[in-house]
Design a protein around this ligand. Structure first.
Ligand SMILES: O=C(O)c1ccccc1NCC(=O)[C@H](O)[C@H](O)COP(=O)(O)O
Length: 214
């Protein structure tokens, strides 16, 4: 099965089009966060979500966890999916998204082996799990440019029956190894395809080619 590509930290409709032209299956839109390089206003998230043509998915990243807050933002922006980045969102938040017909992607930050039970719990309600390299205890919820322990990720993917995205420090140089060793449903990349903050067509092309070569 082909490994899917999610290009995250998209800041404009033009960047979304560039990512899609290079084969992105999904574009990630980072709304308000405690910190991070890719944050954009909700109005920009909504404009990009409207511009993403089917079957490309628009994924809204939110640090909200309460059902009412998650649902309010999702209803306004209308993405295909919401990526919950700040620990396990409440079952009510998942249920609110389900009622809106919007998928929930639950992020699990792989800090140590405790990520496995967290991912198994998340898989009970989420449509997909995304394994990332944040440090929630320090208010870092993604966009680190750092890899985590892929042995743990591989173990999680083998244990789960739902799609699992792999994120954190991916680049054209390590994408083939990520696919071969970890076998994720999709790769998620932010800093590895950017230069001086802007989406870089040369790096995007190299990333897509690296994935195809795996
Ligand atoms: O990029 C941000 O500003 C950000 C902040 C807080 C949560 C998530 C954020 N980025 C979105 C992502 O999901 C990244 O694609 C993912 O963390 C991988 O980033 P990178 O290691 O830079 O490829």
């Amino acid at each position: 099965m082909r490994t899917r590509l999610k290009v995250c930290c998209i800041v404009s409709v033009a960047e979304a089009r560039l990512a899609i032209a290079h084969g992105a299956d999904a574009v990630g839109l980072v709304s308000a966060m405690p910190s991070g390089p890719g944050i954009i206003p909700d109005e920009t998230c909504a404009a990009i979500a409207r511009a993403a043509p089917p079957p490309v998915a628009s994924v809204l990243l939110t640090s909200r966890t309460e059902a009412s807050g998650v649902a309010e933002q999702a209803e306004r922006i209308r993405p295909s999916a919401v990526q919950l980045v700040d620990g396990a969102a409440s079952p009510e938040a998942h249920e609110a998204l389900r009622r809106l017909g919007i998928h929930a992607i639950q992020v699990v930050h792989v800090e140590d082996e405790t990520a496995l039970p967290l991912a198994q719990e998340a898989a009970r309600t989420a449509s997909a799990v995304l394994l990332d390299s944040g440090r929630p205890s320090e208010g870092v919820l993604g966009g680190t440019g750092e890899r985590h322990d892929w042995n743990i990720s591989r173990e999680i993917i083998a244990a789960l029956e739902i799609p699992v995205f792999l994120a954190g420090g991916l680049t054209p140089a390590n994408a083939p190894e990520a696919i071969q060793r970890v076998r994720p449903f999709a790769l998620d990349v932010c800093s590895g395809v950017r230069t001086a903050g802007a989406l870089d067509p040369t790096k995007l092309d190299a990333f897509a080619r690296a994935m195809a070569s795996a």
